[in-house]
Ligand binder design. Structure first.
Ligand code: ATP
Ligand code: MG
Length: 185
């Protein structure tokens, strides 16, 4: 057996995997489902966010913030998946006021490497500075502006963790985990 150990960056182990959740929801689809109808990212994000936030006070504001974060993760998972391959999974678990959102996708070696380099930079550098320097170097019409995750970190009280799991040489499972305290959003 040649099982590789996933590479973990950021807040991936804040909530132990074996801690029983108060509730959970899981959805699975293919990247092509989203890339042919991009609106489905927003629809899915609104549904998942609404499902959880109606039970909290000021639920509309919370649902909006939650939906924005989930939408960004779903768009990324769809954009950076290997074409027509694999699946995208969103799993949300809640523990009292803490929400844990995991979005997983399958990426090529190249995309995995550039994402790993990107998140290592995110961990090491100041988010505001990185946001503004990326904004300045952005070209008009860029679909990969590299601002999405920086904007989430800058504007919302969200913590991210990342897991990179090599399945074979050019097949890597990536999970982005968002941890959100609903009291804070
Ligand atoms: N789920 C993912 N799988 C593989 N690579 C990813 C994933 N999410 C992000 N990346 C990589 O990290 C980079 C930064 O992501 P980010 O969301 O900040 O920017 P973007 O999606 O390129 O642009 P924007 O979100 O501003 O439209 C991406 O350009 C991509 O290379
Ligand atoms: Mg993005």
């Amino acid at each position: 057996m040649n099982e590789k150990v996933p590479k973990i960056i950021g807040e991936f182990q804040t909530i132990p995997d074996n801690l029983p959740a108060d509730g959970q929801l899981k959805l699975i689809f293919q990247p092509i489902d989203m890339t042919t109808y991009w609106r489905r990212c927003g629809l899915t994000a609104n549904f998942v966010a609404g499902f959880y936030s109606y039970c909290y006070e000021a639920s509309d504001t919370k649902a909006n913030s939650l939906s924005t974060i989930i939408n960004e993760l779903l768009e990324n998972a769809s954009k950076f998946s290997k074409a027509r391959e694999g699946r995208i999974q969103i799993e949300l678990k809640h523990y009292g006021n803490l929400l844990k959102v995991d979005v997983s996708n399958i990426a090529s070696k190249n995309l995995r490497e550039s994402f790993e380099a990107f998140v290592s930079k995110l961990q090491a550098e100041n988010v505001e500075e990185l946001y503004f320097s990326t904004l300045e170097s952005k070209e008009d019409g860029d679909t990969k502006s590299g601002l999405g995750l920086l904007m989430m970190l800058k504007d919302y009280p969200v913590r991210f963790g990342y897991s990179f799991n090599e399945i074979d040489a050019d097949t890597h499972e990536i999970t982005v985990r968002a941890i959100i305290n609903v009291e804070e959003i």
